[in-house]
Ligand binder design. Sequence first.
Ligand SMILES: Cc1cc2nc3c(=O)[nH]c(=O)nc-3n(C[C@H](O)[C@H](O)[C@H](O)COP(=O)(O)OP(=O)(O)OC[C@H]3O[C@@H](n4cnc5c(N)ncnc54)[C@H](O)[C@@H]3O)c2cc1C
Length: 664
Amino acid sequence: MEALDYHAEERRKAEFDVEEMKIAWAGSRQAYEISDRVSRLVASDPVFRKDNRTMLSRKELFNDTLKKAAHAWKRVIELRLSEEEAGKLRFFVDQPAFSDLHWGMFIPAIKGSGTEEQKAKWLPMAYKMQIIGCYAQTELGHGSNVQGLETTATFDPHTDEFVLHSPTLTSSKWWPGGLGKVATHAVAYARLITNGQDHGVHGFIVQLRSLDDHLPLPGITVGDIGMKFGSGAYNSMDNGLLRFDHVRIPRDQMLMGVSQVTREGKYMQSDVPRQLVYGTMVYVRQKIVADASSALSRAVCIATRYSAVRRQFGSQNGGPETQVIDYKTQQSRLFPLLASAYAFRFVGEWLKWLYTDVTQRLHANDFSTLPEVHACTAGLKSITTSATADAIEECRKLCGGHGYLSSSGLPELFAVYIPACTYEGDNTVLLLQVGRFLMKTVFQLGSGKKPVGTIAYMGRAEHLLQCHCEVQRAEDWLKPHIIVEAFEARSARMAVACSKNINKFPKQEDGFAELSADLAEAAVAHCQLIVVSKFIEKLQQDIPGKGVKRQLEILCSVYALSLLHKHLGDFVASGCITPEQGALANEQLRLLYSQVRPNAIALVDAFNYTDHYLGSILGRYDGNVYPKLYEEAWKDPLNETVVPDGYHEYIRPILKQHIRVARL
Ligand SMILES: Cc1cc2nc3c(=O)[nH]c(=O)nc-3n(C[C@H](O)[C@H](O)[C@H](O)COP(=O)(O)OP(=O)(O)OC[C@H]3O[C@@H](n4cnc5c(N)ncnc54)[C@H](O)[C@@H]3O)c2cc1C
């Protein structure tokens, strides 16, 4: 019997080769094959089941996470999975766990800031999970302001040890994932003090719990910080608190890749340049951007498939009602998000390349691109995570009432995803860093120092400040050079306007403070330009498969023009385009939506997500939504009894009361 597929008709409409698009999405055939194999492996394993997750209590959920993490590790060993495959396995298990921090932060921190001896000592144990690590930086009193951290690590020359101490309540470590209940070790950040002198914040490897009975070591107070946003969701993670009471660690447990403390307590910068730690930061941020495209594509996949199943109004002569995906408003809300998912995917791919490039440069003592790389990765982390968080909520609304059901998968996805706007740098704080970088670039124009990489366009500021957009007809907006110039001009003009306003202040710092909201907007403009440019660059590559490149060109135009439409005020106010050209962009956008429409289902199929990973009845591959929603409702614990518990205690007495209510 042929499998039921309510989307079959939609799939037949596709004008491109979906299998080839899957490869374009994955980045390469090999990446596609790994992802496909591992996702199916996870989906078919009953231990990784997650459909009952939102019903679990905190303790049950945490236990379930431990079970899954242990099983995942067992499978990694049994199947001899490579690092890439193991990473994919954790990704598809799709449950925040201590192991994310172990692999994602603890190991990279040692790799990035440890000496060769430290790496040789700690990494093999960490790779075998004989120790489990977390990344303990944030404190109760300070997160963004790392220099404000209060934990101290004081060198004791008598014993050749550091004494870690939490001098105040606000110095308690607060938030680190995996710290609460699992981690045996931490890379903990503390102010380094030698001979009474404070050298600022440094990283230390600290054992927290016994490797025999898991009890905290003497002087260590550790626990979980409590429930977080939403039920289920991120509560599978044991974000923790930690206090040190004069905890002693050997001197060689300070991460000494960049600076060192000698046996005599002398503080020294090592020969290795400080900038090397930036490599780790680029690594972590490119991962976050890749995760943004995953979360966004997942939400969009759910909303797109459901929009094709859902019908409201418009029945003629007793025929079927209109699929909500055919409403122009639905398309204008949904298709820019679909385009953003692809845009973030490709900019994430480029960031992977950037990581390799920056690592090679750092090892060759070439630091010339660092400030630009730092600003670019900070900004991309900020705009992709903010856009994704907003997009998941928009997808929930696009699914109407059923989007609010847990079984749509969207509430949990939202709750799990949104802290990405905060961790690894609060998004506004990051934009302000980009803003400062933009100002520095503008102030240096004319000094002979040439802007490089993603900021190179500022070298043409003179032209960009007075160029006129060539668009005369709607289709002119499909020309990549016109789009790029409009985005460059907007970014350059907003940055230069900020710099002029800052210069009006007698003290530049006052100007920065007063204009910080404008700076953040200029930073957004710069970062959106990067995403648009990288999408366009991607299209200059050879992309095989019937119609694949054509679809990506359409999506690229949708991404750029929907941003232009959303930020029309910026484009028009800064004089980059006229209001009439803005209207033409909108006209073109409407035409593009019609071109996306027949391909919409196939474009989300190309993400190649299993129903297990999607975790959504609305997003099911076969579109069999209503019977499954109905079935799912009956699984709710409230439906275990026909008459609810508490009926006799609370409902019946109200119904049977004999008092007279005065008003009646
Ligand atoms: C789910 C989750 C997991 C986490 N995991 C870890 C972990 O594993 N390890 C770890 O060490 N930490 C972790 N953290 C902590 C996280 O890194 C910090 O919360 C984050 O860096 C933000 O810092 P904050 O909490 O101090 O925010 P704050 O800086 O207090 O932000 C509060 C507000 O102030 C604004 N603000 C702050 N400074 C400025 C400024 N200069 N100018 C303008 N506005 C400003 C922000 O934009 C924000 O609106 C985690 C947090 C979460 C939510």
